[in-house]
Ligand binder design. Structure first.
Ligand code: HEC
Length: 163
């Protein structure tokens, strides 16, 4: 009689142990889900910050499209903030164009900018290290990316020049 009681007690303990374990596991599972959810929001938050730091207004459609092109193809040399300080820039002499320099837009017609992007630096007597993008980007993508790079100097207009 005593032996049977002991056995069923053991069984009960086992059941409790298993259920505690499964609760723990499921908790752990949901926490890891939570973190991944947080991570993805974190990324979009930081993109949002970049967007906000450049302009105090919302992006126009072409500027947003242009931003995608810029991040994909141009950011490695021209930098996240358009200062010509992308991680690849330090290998290059002359350095990639600094788009935050307000003289950039003043001295460059849209035509020249389009030609530089489509046919590369040499087409406008600039560095050969500026690649040509005519074979990669459509003319619409080029127009969009120009709309985007123009924002770099616009958002800096009110600030004092650094050099
Ligand atoms: C491999 C590095 C590199 C990449 C990638 C790159 N550029 Fe450049 N870019 C340069 C360099 C170097 C210059 C030349 C600076 C100079 O000669 O004063 C330049 C110059 C320019 C100029 C100015 C030309 C002028 O007349 O002054 C524009 C506009 C430009 N880049 C746009 C872009 C766009 C848009 C992209 C992406 C589609 C891009 N660049 C990608 C390196 C790069």
């Amino acid at each position: 009689m005593k032996k049977i009681q002991c056995y069923s007690l053991y069984k009960l303990q086992l059941v409790i142990a298993v259920s505690i374990l499964s609760i723990c596991c499921s908790k752990e599972h949901s926490t890891s889900l939570d973190t991944s959810a947080k991570d993805s929001t974190g990324i979009s938050d930081s993109t949002q910050q970049i967007v906000e730091s450049k302009s105090d207004r919302f992006f126009l459609y072409e500027e947003r499209q242009g931003q995608d092109v810029y991040i994909k193809y141009c950011v490695v040399c021209h930098g996240v903030e358009g200062k010509g300080d992308g991680f690849n820039a330090f290998n290059l002499d002359p350095r990639p164009r600094d788009f935050t320099d307000s003289t950039f837009l003043a001295n460059h017609s849209d035509e020249t900018i389009i030609r530089a992007i489509t046919d590369g630096g040499t087409a406008v007597k600039k560095s050969q290290y500026m690649p040509s993008w005519g074979g990669t980007l459509s003319s619409e993508e080029i127009e969009n990316v120009i709309a985007y790079i123009k924002m770099f100097s616009r958002s800096k207009e009110a600030k004092t020049p650094t050099n």
